[in-house]
Design a protein around this ligand. Structure first.
Ligand code: HEM
Length: 359
């Protein structure tokens, strides 16, 4: 008589275990899938050019493969341009614009003076190839986002889908706005956390995207403050000695140093290993390990490259969607370094001058 009750009881507890575990598993799965891809911003799509430029991604990748064979430094240049584009006014290609008679552009702001001219050039070269193949349908801001993705992948990092459909901005930010929206190399982790909060990013996003410093170089001016007049006590002695050879005085400007002393051109998790060994180049890097909030995140990436790649992809997709222009906003630039209206304006001025000359 009791047996069925016991069976029933164990059956029902089996069902509840099943239910609980499927809820736990389900929530875990949805959590992990939510972690790998942030929500798509309205107006962007995973297959935006499917019908009008299906080869766009292949063109970008093929061109970059060729370019990186000649100069792998371009990869770092392209990644940094995308970051500087998105933090200032959103990912609208505004950093690509040249200044004009009406004023200097974002390119003239101090943090952008060290963006690589060759990286700007390749974005416009790729734009030309794409526009030849598909017409003027792909924006410079989308090309910049794809180039940053490929820069990382072709340097050994993760591959991932980039949401597309951005439109190019009609104006650039002022020098002051540019300065206000780019992080400073002398900042502490606390300051940086507060800074990126304004960009809807948290401490994990900050540590993950800072991993971009696993490739590329920096000029003396970005780190001599840690060498002179007094040596930063959080910097490894040997690193400091070597950096002083490249930048012998507080005002040295010429020299450059690699950002990741272990694997300078490889996109991997060694940046975090460096930080754990006091070999970060900037205060903004090294303090991520000194600070108690960000330290465990640095440690977790240093011991687990897959985890770093997963978080990096998540945070970069988030970054790549910041304040984008979509739909009928902005334009598709015919030349990445100037607005379409600037061409019309220029033509009018030139025509006007022609008329004047005739008079
Ligand atoms: C979090 C705050 C950050 C600060 C304070 C910072 C600052 C800097 C500075 C000062 C340089 C060297 C400039 C020079 O002296 O030539 C640099 C280089 C670089 N940064 Fe950042 N950065 C930050 C975040 C990022 C992010 C999020 C990325 C990309 C995801 C990134 C990618 C790069 C790359 C690839 C380079 C090397 C560029 C080259 O070799 O041309 N940085 N950064």
């Amino acid at each position: 008589m009791h047996r069925p009750a016991v069976v029933m009881a164990s059956f029902s507890s089996f069902i509840s275990i099943l239910l609980v575990s499927s809820i736990v598993l389900g929530s875990h799965l949805s959590l992990s899938s939510a972690q790998t891809t942030p929500p798509l911003v309205g107006g962007l799509s995973w297959s935006f050019y499917k019908s009008n430029c299906p080869r766009v991604e292949k063109i970008v990748r093929d061109e970059l493969k060729k370019a990186f064979k000649k100069d792998i430094g371009l990869a770092a240049g392209l990644l940094r341009i995308h970051f500087h584009d998105c933090f200032v006014q959103g990912c609208d290609g505004s950093v690509l614009l040249d200044g004009s008679a009406s004023g200097p552009s974002e390119k003239n702001a101090p943090p952008n003076l060290t963006l690589r001219p060759g990286a700007f050039k390749i974005i416009n070269d790729i734009r030309e190839r794409i526009h030849k193949a598909c017409g003027q349908v792909v924006s410079c801001s989308d090309i910049t986002a794809l180039a940053a993705r490929d820069a990382v992948f072709l340097s050994g990092g993760p591959d991932y889908q980039v949401p597309l459909g951005r439109r190019d901005g009609l104006k650039f930010a002022t020098i002051q706005e540019t300065l206000d929206n780019l992080p400073f190399f002398g900042s502490s982790a606390r300051e940086l956390i507060a800074f990126v909060r304004n960009k809807s990013m948290d401490a994990t996003d900050l540590v993950a995207i800072s991993g971009g410093h696993t490739i590329g170089i920096a000029h003396c001016g970005s780190f001599t403050g840690r060498l002179f007049p007094n040596q930063d006590s959080t910097m490894d002695q040997t690193l400091a000695r070597n950096l002083k050879r490249v930048c012998p005085t507080a005002t040295s400007t010429e020299g450059t140093a690699v950002q990741d002393i272990r694997t300078p051109d490889l996109f991997d998790n060694k940046y975090y290993v460096n930080l754990m060994n006091r070999q970060g180049l900037f205060t903004s890097d090294q303090d991520l390990y000194t600070d108690k909030t960000t330290r465990p995140i640095v440690q977790s990436f240093a011991v687990n490259q897959s985890l770093f790649f997963e978080k990096y992809v998540f945070s970069m997709i988030k970054l790549s969607q910041m304040n984008v222009l979509t739909g009928r906003q902005g334009e598709i630039r015919a030349n990445c370094s100037r607005q379409n209206s600037a061409r019309t304006y220029l033509a009018t001025v030139v025509d006007g001058e022609g008329e004047n000359a005739a008079i």
